[in-house]
Design a protein around this ligand. Structure first.
Ligand code: TYM
Length: 329
């Protein structure tokens, strides 16, 4: 059976970008594949969280994963820092990865711009840690959103390069997995770019319905369509892209026609989007509360997940040590 792996950085609550880009696929895949879903708390260290932040965020995301439908009986759900084997593989992969290629990664360049006083080596080697996450389980499918394409390319490069250097076929090349065959990018409702924690434009799975409605109603728009069948300006295209993700095809087509015949009222469209988001999120929200209040269950799931993940990672690292030429006891 093929192995699937994916993860999310615990730097706040899950938002709609995480849900539609990744979590929705996780839930679907757990019934068909050998699945590992983890919480990337080491990756979150690039922004120097406090110890309290680290503890609370990992638990929060775990409760949210479960509330979205991840099933610990089907999938291995674990916290990255519970699996020290990852770090050994990370070291080996770093030895085969070059400064030039790491420096060209767009997310690195963006983060370096956003946090010029904290351009640390962990940020620079972020893609090799991600590759270690994936390759330690020899995963072949990785459900991610569009923003992870370049990191995934680096993970494939790490696998290929290791195989070439050691003349082996040990690592399979992991492929991106998309829920509906194409990469998802949930736009921010502020009219620019993607929804993202550091952009402050997120709708969170834990947002109350009235907060969701308020956020959607504030989405940036313009004066409305002026000529029939005209091309949509970027902010309006964003709103339509958003609707395409959260609403039914029928609803999308209805509003698209209204755009084309110049009868579209953005207020109606936003109300519809808000209700469609609330319908998806409300049942998840109720379950988040239940899981978040059961610390014992969360600890038990994390501990069992860690055991299974360590077993899988240790088997890989053992083979890697042999291939490289190190002793194995
Ligand atoms: P992170 O925490 O930024 O995001 C987690 C997942 O959510 C997706 N995502 C989006 N998808 C569509 N539209 C958006 N606006 C949006 N925002 C976020 C991301 O594509 C991602 O799938 N590097 C990863 C975490 C990670 C990882 C891994 C993922 C560490 N190791 C190994 C896969 C495999 C990250 O920072 O994701």
């Amino acid at each position: 059976m093929e192995t699937v792996l994916s993860g999310i950085r615990p730097t706040g609550n899950l938002h709609l970008g995480n849900y539609y880009g990744a979590v929705r696929s996780f839930v679907k895949m757990q019934y068909e594949y050998n699945c590992f879903f983890f919480i990337a708390d080491w990756h979150s260290l690039t922004t120097h969280p406090t110890p309290e932040n680290i503890q609370n965020s990992a638990r929060t995301i775990l409760a949210e994963y479960l509330a979205c439908g991840l099933d610990p009986e089907k999938a291995t759900i674990y916290i990255q820092s519970d699996v020290p084997e990852t770090i050994e593989l990370y070291l080996y992969l770093n030895m085969n990865t070059y400064l030039g290629e790491l420096g060209r990664v767009t997310t690195f360049k963006e983060k370096a711009r956003q946090q010029p006083d904290n351009v640390n080596a962990g940020l620079f080697t972020y893609p090799t840690l991600m590759a270690a996450d994936i390759l330690q389980h020899r995963a072949t499918k990785v459900p991610v959103g569009k923003d992870q394409e370049q990191n995934m390319e680096m993970a494939r490069k790490c696998a290929r390069r290791f195989n070439n250097i050691y003349k082996t076929e040990f690592f399979p090349e992991p492929q991106n997995f998309y829920f509906a065959q194409e990469a998802v990018k949930v736009p921010g409702l502020d009219g620019t770019g993607k929804m993202g924690k550091s952009d402050g434009n997120c709708i969170y799975l834990c947002d109350e319905p009235k907060v969701i409605r308020k956020k959607v109603m504030k989405a940036v728009t313009d004066n409305g369509p002026q000529t029939p069948n005209s091309q949509k300006p970027e902010v309006i295209q964003n709103l339509f892209n958003f609707m395409k993700i959260v609403s039914s095809e029928e609803t999308f087509n209805y509003f698209d026609e209204k755009w084309n015949d110049c009868t579209l009222r953005y207020g109606d469209m936003k109300k519809q989007i808000a209700e469609d988001v609330v319908a998806v999120i409300q049942p998840i929200q109720e379950r988040i509360k239940e899981f978040a209040s059961n610390q014992q269950l969360l600890d038990q799931i994390a501990r069992r997940g860690a055991e299974k993940a360590r077993e899988s990672a240790a088997a890989t690292v053992k083979e890697v040590r042999k291939i490289i030429g190190f002793r194995v006891y």
